[in-house]
Design a binder for this molecule. Structure first.
Ligand SMILES: [Ca+2]
Ligand SMILES: [Ca+2]
Ligand SMILES: [Ca+2]
Ligand SMILES: [Ca+2]
Length: 488
């Protein structure tokens, strides 16, 4: 049963996703799925029960061995991975070596930096269903710490779903898994997607029984998480179509990891569930801005051309002639006539044609670099994104946020994605970058956030970034927010 379901899953995913999901730059390139050996975890020895309880002080209580006499003894895991818990948390690796539930606790870090982390015993990291999440460095000066490890897939109770949910090295090692009716996708099964393209997930491949209802939910990155508590009605940067049907069409606008969950209620009332990660990988350098008051304020994202220190907004400190060195709403959208032309090659139309300015880009026939592909003006739950698909290796791209319109305090959040991966979040709680004064074109408060230096390999692909968070001059902590000051 398990093997047949898995084969069905693979066949359906390939058939339905193939035409609508474009290859990403990472992972398997969107071309296929790993072969899965559903039989590998069924040892022949019916008496093998090697499980032991973990220490009581451990943050990850494990399942105990099941009682003798069950008819499914041969599902026991004969060689589970060792947890590898110790007494000291080693810094800089996002692993929780002391198993207290806090990866890299007590470790200094660079505020705003994001690292991959694993919320589970280090020995189970990357095993079975388990996928790393992310944690962001908070605090300032000498008082920095890694925040909570969120996202990813951590070890959970072993479900009968074709996956190794507790990440001990064995799929479905649970006596109730004599018959497995669910085939959830695991790491490597789902191809990477790209921003602005539909990502189709056919749930019928996960469960072949009779279904009463489907319910899909998606959890996105830092801005979408912020929007969950600050938008009314609830808005997210992505859209979902068919969220109560067997097939979900998910349309992201941002890079990063998305957690997909589907709850399947069978006609006999049994509830099944799959949770897995889909990675969306837009190329190059992508800067995302959102805030806690997106419906009531107009914040603008600016990215400055490397190698120049000309004023923000205008070519002169007090004038009103758009500065092409500053990529912002007045120079960097499809309708702006190519003002912010920094000599970078254009990108294929598919990289931007699905965005809000898609028809205008389509008329041009290409996507410009840089480009502001989403501009938010008092729009509930809408971020701003500036993309440079082909940045220069090592060049410093300075990021600035201007409080253009609205009134009252607003807390912007800026996320940096490099080569499709989240590398930093600035302004995330508790380290809010509160702005209070708007001022229109060239006025009001401006937050100089970070100098982002992409790492570009020999093929032109961005693989990472070196990030230097900006602080007020002559200081090493705090956010650099000035008022009515256009200087670089
Ligand atoms: Ca560690
Ligand atoms: Ca720890
Ligand atoms: Ca397992
Ligand atoms: Ca399982």
């Amino acid at each position: 049963m398990g093997s047949r379901s898995r084969a069905l899953l693979v066949a359906l995913l390939v058939g339905a996703c193939g035409p609508s999901v474009q290859p990403g730059n990472y992972g398997d390139g969107g071309g296929g799925f790993e072969e899965i050996d559903a039989e590998r975890d069924r040892p022949d020895d019916p008496d093998a029960r090697p499980w032991t309880e973990l220490d009581a002080g451990n943050a990850y209580p494990d399942a105990e061995g099941y009682p003798d006499g069950g008819v499914c003894d041969d599902w026991a895991c004969t060689t589970p991975v060792t947890d590898g818990c110790g007494t000291t948390d080693v810094c800089g690796n996002g692993a929780d070596e002391d198993c207290d539930g806090h990866p890299d606790d007590g470790c200094a870090c660079t505020p705003g930096a994001v690292q991959e982390c694993f919320l589970g015993p280090p020995g189970r990291r990357g095993v079975g269903s388990c996928v790393d999440g992310h944690q962001t460095c908070t605090g300032s000066g000498e008082f920095t710490q890694w925040g909570a490890c969120t996202g990813g897939i951590r070890p959970g109770a072993e479900q009968c779903d074709g996956q190794d949910n507790d990440c001990n090295g064995c799929d479905d090692d649970n006596p109730s898994c004599c018959m497995v009716e669910l085939a959830c996708p695991g790491p490597g099964d789902m191809p990477d997607g790209v921003p602005y393209a539909n990502y189709v997930i056919p749930g019928a491949g996960f469960f072949s029984g009779n279904v009463a209802s489907w319910l899909w939910t998606v959890t996105g990155g830092p801005c979408d998480v912020l929007f969950q508590t600050t938008t009314t009605p609830l808005r997210q940067s992505f859209t979902l179509t068919g969220a109560t049907t067997s097939t979900l069409t998910f349309r992201p606008t941002l890079s990063g990891d998305y957690t997909i969950r589907v709850v399947i209620t069978a006609t006999d009332g049994t509830v099944y569930e799959c949770t897995f990660i889909v990675h969306i990988g837009g190329p190059g350098l992508r800067v995302e801005l959102c805030s806690d008051r997106s419906a009531n304020t107009d914040l603008d994202l600016h990215v400055h051309k490397p190698g120049t220190t000309t004023p923000w907004f205008s070519t002169t400190p007090t004038g009103f002639t758009n500065n092409p060195d500053d990529c912002f709403y007045s120079t960097c959208t499809a309708g702006d006539g190519g003002a912010a032309n920094w000599g970078l090659a254009t990108s294929p139309l598919a990289n931007c044609s699905g965005g809000p300015e898609g028809p205008t880009w389509t008329a041009l026939g290409y996507c410009r670099n840089p480009r502001l592909d989403v501009d938010s003006v008092y729009q509930n739950g809408r971020p701003e994104n500036t993309n440079i698909d082909n940045p220069l290796n090592g060049a410093l791209y300075r990021v600035m946020v201007a409080y253009f319109g609205g009134s009252g305090a607003v807390r912007p959040l800026v996320n940096i994605y490099c080569g499709g991966f989240l590398r930093a979040s600035y302004g995330l709680g508790p380290d809010f970058a509160t702005m209070t004064t708007s001022g229109g074109y060239g006025g009001g408060q401006m937050w100089r956030v970070v100098d982002a230096a992409p790492v570009v390999d020999g093929t032109g692909a961005t693989t990472d970034c070196n990030l230097t968070a900006l602080h007020p001059p002559a200081t090493t902590t705090g956010y650099w927010i000035t008022n009515n000051d256009r200087s670089y």
